[in-house]
Design a protein around this ligand. Structure first.
Ligand code: HEM
Ligand SMILES: [Cu+2]
Length: 568
């Protein structure tokens, strides 16, 4: 890639303000609120999803604290039901789904493509405000009378409960539009705005995965939107769609719900995989082994995701032939998942691996996602699922994929790209301490739940038999460690914002395209449209210049010194 890093400013004399980085290009509330810059929109999403993560985290701690002992510990059963519902709904709809695509994707997709922005910058800003609008509905439902249905909104309970189901589902409905529009925008961007020379076989794997995610967002989300609309109509107008007393079918709701929500779990995990591919490449200083297989496995996962939804319903009352078909299809999902894991591991082999904090999250992702994926197999097997369904085993399984996978990927990406986004370095020691706590806390919390579940502890229960107390206590204890880890990480990032040292343009020495411009990038990303002459992981083709981690100033000096030496 011959992108122009900060040192050459061919047009700087006629566009002096173009040289300001995107954070300083303009100032004031309006310049952010009305910005069309994908980087600023990404940062606004980042602030929003981190706020949601904090709120979801607080509800999680309420749930875990209540479960420390059998019987009442801190809240009554109704509040408990609301707490786990809000935890799930906030984490899924307000945090995980937009976290990597909307926050990191917005910021980095155009940079990785060598583009100035996304294809439709106004639509991008509109998506952000639609997200905020949906979040306000959700918030409204929380303060009026929080939903107690679980994040799955299963009928017929959700059509009968006295809580604010309409406000919450309307919130999710609106959030869906934000997700669809972001997907459309990214698909158009990848097709239309790739820099000259950036053909499909040179696309960063982050872009491949985000592209696959966008396809699912566009195809699956409308199904959820219609389902929630039907639910709202049934509640508001007493139509008999899902309620058997009115001639409806509650299992139909489950089919509709999972027809979206299973693909949605790939909306959640593919972006995690997207980040991890970048982390593994940069910190192994090596081309990802089997690049095309990793890229195509994202596409394969996106397509397979549409064929397996009913594995959530093995005990809901389906024909046994349907059960067998869905079980068989579910196993296929393991193939592209394993292709990724094998190729990442093969990349590490003979790579020049280093263990900075982003890489720790990347490696943890591989381990935890593997545990999450493998524990899905007994769920896909009918005989074992009958025992494990709706127990803590399922809770552990999906937390291993969604937290151990997606959240670790997101947090790893946040560390990795922090210097790019803010222009600041953070305290690596604190970052590693936070990592150890998050990793330990996570495993203590959730590994315990595999045991709880296989011993028969049902999920979502307020009370339980005394025999489960030690494991519940252990799990809650783990969640406090996890919480402390995140607080330290938050402190570490705030400290970096306030008095972190200035970051060089390419602190990790990465060959990837987004590092080939200044950190933070200028408002239009690159001084000149980059011309791509190699792949993002071609360390053997990258020049010393491109991998250079220092400041542009000393680079000029270095280059001059070198030329003088050569001449002299
Ligand atoms: C790799 C292979 C995987 C297999 C074979 C698999 C299989 C399953 C099965 C059969 C269930 C239903 C269990 C039950 O309710 O009894 C389930 C639940 C779940 N899985 Fe997976 N899974 C895999 C990967 C993933 C990934 C990548 C994610 C998300 C990022 C994920 C997220 C979830 C969630 C959220 C649930 C529970 C939803 C709920 O009932 O609230 N799974 N998985
Ligand atoms: Cu599923």
């Amino acid at each position: 890639m011959t992108a122009q890093a900060g040192a050459t400013h061919p047009t700087s004399h006629d566009h002096a303000h173009d040289d300001a980085d995107y954070l300083r290009a303009s100032s004031g509330f309006r310049s952010w609120a009305m910005t069309l810059d994908h980087k600023r929109i990404g940062i606004m999403y980042l602030v929003a999803v981190l706020t949601a993560f904090l709120a979801g985290g607080i509800f999680a701690l309420i749930v875990r604290t209540e479960l420390l002992w059998p019987g009442r510990t801190i809240v009554d059963p109704d509040t408990y039901n609301k707490a786990f519902t809000l935890h799930g709904a906030i984490m899924v709809f307000l945090f995980i789904i937009p976290s990597i695509p909307a926050a990191l994707g917005n910021f980095f997709l155009p940079l990785m493509l060598g583009a100035k922005d996304v294809a439709f910058p106004r639509l991008n800003l509109a998506s952000f405000y639609i997200y905020v609008f949906g979040a306000i509905f959700a918030l409204f439902s929380i303060v009026t009378s929080a939903v107690d249905t679980g994040w799955t909104f299963y009928t017929p309970y959700s059509t009968q409960t006295g809580t604010a189901v309409i406000a919450m589902t309307l919130g999710a409905f609106i959030l869906g539009f934000s997700s669809i529009l972001t997907g459309v925008n990214f698909i158009a961007t990848v097709h239309k705005l790739r820099a000259p020379g950036l053909h499909w076989k040179r696309l960063p794997l982050f872009v491949w995965s985000i592209y696959a995610t966008s396809v699912i967002q566009v195809l699956a989300t409308p199904v959820l939107a219609i389902t929630l609309l039907l639910l709202i109509m049934e509640r508001a107008l007493t139509l008999g769609i899902f309620d058997p007393r009115l001639g409806g079918d509650p299992v139909l709701f489950q089919h509709f719900f999972w027809f979206y929500s299973h693909p949605a779990v790939y909306i959640m995990i593919l972006p995690g995989m997207a980040v991890v591919s970048e982390l593994i490449a940069t910190f192994s200083r090596r081309k990802i082994f089997g690049y095309m297989f990793v890229a195509m496995s994202s596409v394969a996962l996106a397509l397979l995701a549409f064929l397996v939804w009913a594995h959530h319903m093995f005990v809901a009352g389906m024909s046994e032939y349907a059960v067998m078909v869905f079980s068989g299809l579910t196993f296929l999902v393991a193939i592209p998942s394993a292709v990724k894991v094998f190729n990442w591991v093969a990349t590490l082999y003979k790579g020049s691996v280093s263990f900075e904090s982003p890489m720790l999250y990347g490696l943890a992702f591989i381990v935890l996602f593997t545990v999450g994926g493998l524990t899905g197999l007994p769920l896909a097997t009918i005989v074992t699922d009958v025992h494990l369904h709706d127990t803590y085993y399922v809770v552990a399984h999906f937390h291993y994929v969604m937290v151990g996978g997606t959240v670790f990927g997101f947090v790893g990406g946040l560390h990795y790209w922090w210097p790019k986004m803010t222009g600041k370095l953070y305290n690596e020691r604190l970052a590693q301490i936070a990592f150890s706590l998050v990793f330990t806390g996570f495993n203590v919390t959730f590994f315990t739940q595999f045991l709880l579940g296989s011993h028969g502890m049902p999920r979502r229960y307020y009370d339980y038999l005394d025999q489960y107390q030690p494991l519940h206590g252990f799990s809650s204890f783990g969640s406090y460690i996890l919480g402390v880890g995140f607080v330290i990480m938050l402190w570490m990032f705030i400290q970096s914002l306030m008095r972190g040292p200035k970051s060089p343009p390419n602190p990790w020495g990465s060959a990837a395209f987004e590092w080939q411009t200044s950190s933070p990038p200028i408002a239009h990303n690159f001084h000149e449209t980059p011309i791509v002459t190699r792949g993002p992981y071609d360390y053997h083709l990258a020049t010393e210049e491109e991998l250079y981690t220092g400041f542009p100033e000393d680079r000029v000096e270095r280059v001059t010194a070198k030329t003088e030496k050569e001449e002299g």
